[in-house]
Design a protein around this ligand. Structure first.
Ligand SMILES: C[S@@+](CC[C@H](N)C(=O)[O-])C[C@H]1O[C@@H](n2cnc3c(N)ncnc32)[C@H](O)[C@@H]1O
Length: 277
């Protein structure tokens, strides 16, 4: 088995669309006509979900004429969010074909398919021309990618001079590996966590200028506490992507991540960078 196969089999499920539709019905939403807001509980598959996507977007300047790249686009929630918010074009690329299919379907349902598209492929070897994109972001993807030097070089290749880049990810903190499973990996074999120092060094080696590093530990812990309180009240938590994709491990995966963030083995960060002009 290749590492790519292990990663896609961690994420892919045949019944994803049916499970999503059933969840929407439970929420009182018509699954044939969901709003982008109703879907956002499920299709922003990264720590703090829509809250984190919104905070990242708030820090960026994007023009309607811009074409953005979403690296590891998952079910496409962030891509549709950026397209709706900024009126721009977004192309997503993802290793998991089943995710690309669901992402395309949801994008058609929201009538955003004239501006948002999804390509099945590997972020390490993207089928895109050089200097094509005005900005790129990647949310909770690089934890699955071992060769980060190659990843950053490949992202630098497809960005225009002056383009921005954002990576949100969980970094390795002090001490041991986190406990597995986590939402991104069943075991340490498909989890490749980097330190903050190594990440900064690798981004700079690929030619990026670092513009901001935002450690979101407090936000992450507060979001976890609010989510647990909602569950205790008998409500659904705001972020339901892990439960949708990994129902059999969701509870323990979320608890393992929360514990790792609380005790410092995991550091949630948002890294903002720019390709020089
Ligand atoms: C935790 S999900 C995040 C999805 C999306 N970024 C979001 O925030 O909703 C991680 C995604 O990374 C994708 N992925 C992992 N390794 C990849 C690679 N080498 N190239 C492209 N996508 C990859 C997986 O298929 C999965 O969709």
């Amino acid at each position: 088995m290749t590492p790519e196969h292990d990663i896609t089999s961690h994420y892919a499920r045949d019944d994803l669309l049916e499970r999503l539709r059933a969840s929407l019905v439970e929420d009182g939403i018509d699954p044939d006509h969901p709003t982008i807001e109703a879907l956002a509980h499920y299709d922003h598959f990264h720590g703090r979900g829509l809250e984190a996507t919104t905070e990242i977007a708030d820090r960026l300047e994007v023009a309607p004429a811009d074409h953005l790249l979403d690296i590891g686009s998952g079910l496409g929630g962030p891509a549709r969010f950026f397209a709706r918010r900024f009126g721009c074009r977004v192309t997503g690329i993802d290793l998991t074909e089943a995710f690309c299919e669901v992402a395309r379907r949801l994008t058609r349902t929201l009538a955003l398919d004239d501006r948002v598209d999804f390509v099945h492929g590997n972020a390490l070897d993207m089928p895109f021309a050089a200097a094509r994109y005005d900005g790129a972001y990647s949310m909770n993807v690089s934890m699955n990618i071992k060769d980060k030097d190659r990843l950053y070089r490949e992202v630098a290749r497809v960005l225009k001079p002056g383009a921005w880049l954002v990576f949100s990810e969980l970094l390795r903190g002090a001490g041991a590996e986190p406990d597995y499973p986590t939402p991104w990996a069943r075991s340490a074999e498909t989890s490749f966590l980097s330190t903050l120092e190594d990440t900064h060094r690798a981004l700079q080696a690929a030619g990026f200028e670092l513009t901001e590093t935002r450690v979101t530990r407090e936000e992450n812990l507060a979001f976890g506490a609010r989510s647990r309180a909602a569950v205790e009240r008998g409500e659904k938590p705001p972020h339901r992507a892990v439960q949708l994709v990994h129902p059999e491990i969701a509870r323990v995966a979320a608890a393992n991540t929360a514990r790792g963030v609380a005790d410092g083995r995991l550091i949630p960060v948002e890294l903002f960078a720019r390709k020089p002009r």
